[in-house]
Ligand binder design. Structure first.
Ligand code: ASP
Length: 329
């Protein structure tokens, strides 16, 4: 029987990092072909094509580049790949995963992975993560689940996954939701059924600018006062607690929300924003009244991805549909 076709692309990140000379820091230099050579078991599971589309630290990925990777991945599915795996840096993995998920139109899985330890470190996790990601991409049960992140034996959905530890091997989690599945021995085991997804059209423009500011104790309003003059098209605020800001910020935000979309998310790292609990100035009820949208379970970084895409594909009217709080779970 012919083995299924699987496509892999390497973009860079720790999984592709090595040192040139002892004592120097690691930098991305390991190609997709070399990564593939670290998991010879895969040849018994799939016919694999691999490409190195970039060798970047993930902090330097940008939306335009991700759009070109998306188009490469879609082409692989058209060419018969049953699944696609992308390796990249973990620092922005949650953002790239969500970006792809909003735009991924196929039932075939798109799986992202990386590594917390470079190829230069003992106990490097790159090969195990890559093999797990390939198993997930090949599994029939992964279909219709959109984009998933596979790290350290766990499968996380793009919508819920976050990098929650800077250096630990167990760096990814899905606060509130938990992982979507696990790799048990060589089996792909999902813990819940696929959820329905809405896919956005490709952005027609990519020049829109969405700012993100974090509320902090006793913060001044200088940046807020200049947001409109600086030409931003949208604003995301990482708010206190359930989506709150100071009175000073609330006053400035009101005039901004009259001109551009403003989303407020929680800076806590977990949970949803509120919508009907706090009535003080700067509380969520006041901000909603001022025209601000509450991010629900989307973290600030993900809310920024969503806003950038909705502006780009001129579907801002749909914003509410993508911001889920407990009322729609
Ligand atoms: N520490 C990062 C990683 O895990 C570096 C990056 O994101 O490129 O890959």
């Amino acid at each position: 029987m012919e083995l299924p076709k699987l496509a892999i692309a390497a973009l860079g990140g720790t999984v592709s990092m090595q040192t040139s000379n002892p004592g120097e820091g690691v930098v991305p230099m390991v190609s997709g072909e070399t990564l593939l050579a670290s998991i010879p078991q895969l040849t018994t599971l799939a016919r694999v094509s691999v490409e190195t589309l970039g060798l970047l630290p993930s902090a330097s990925l940008d939306f335009e580049f991700l759009l070109s990777v998306l188009s490469w991945a879609k082409f692989q599915v058209k060419q018969g790949a049953v699944g696609v795996v992308i390796t990249q840096g973990t620092d922005t993995l949650e953002e790239a995963a969500l970006f792809f998920d909003y735009l991924w139109p196929h039932d075939a899985p798109l799986v992202l992975t990386g590594a917390m330890r470079s190829a230069a470190q003992p106990g490097a996790d790159g090969p195990a993560n890559l093999l797990d990601a390939c198993r997930v991409a090949l599994a029939e049960s992964s279909r219709q689940r959109g984009v998933q992140v596979v790290m350290n034996g766990q499968i996380h959905h793009a919508r819920s996954v976050r990098k929650t530890d800077s250096l630990a091997l167990q760096a990814f989690s899905s606060p509130t939701m938990g992982p979507a599945g696990l790799l048990l021995e060589d089996r792909v085991c999902y813990l819940r059924p696929p959820e329905s997804r809405t896919v956005l059209p490709l952005p027609q423009q990519t020049t829109q600018k969405v700012a993100m500011l974090e509320a902090s104790l006793s913060a001044d309003t200088l940046l807020l006062e200049n947001i409109l003059d600086l030409g931003y098209d949208g604003l995301v605020i990482a708010g206190f607690g359930a989506g709150h800001v100071s009175e000073k910020w609330a006053a400035k935000i009101e005039s901004i929300a009259e001109k551009i979309p403003v989303i407020i998310a929680t800076r806590t790292g977990s949970g949803s924003t509120a919508r009907a609990s706090y009535g003080f100035m700067g509380g969520e009820m006041d901000l909603i009244h001022k025209g601000v949208s509450m991010a629900g379970f989307l973290c600030p970084r993900k809310a920024r991805i969503l806003l950038w895409l909705l502006i780009g594909c001129q579907q801002l009217d749909e914003l509410g549909q993508y911001l889920t709080d407990g009322t729609t779970l």
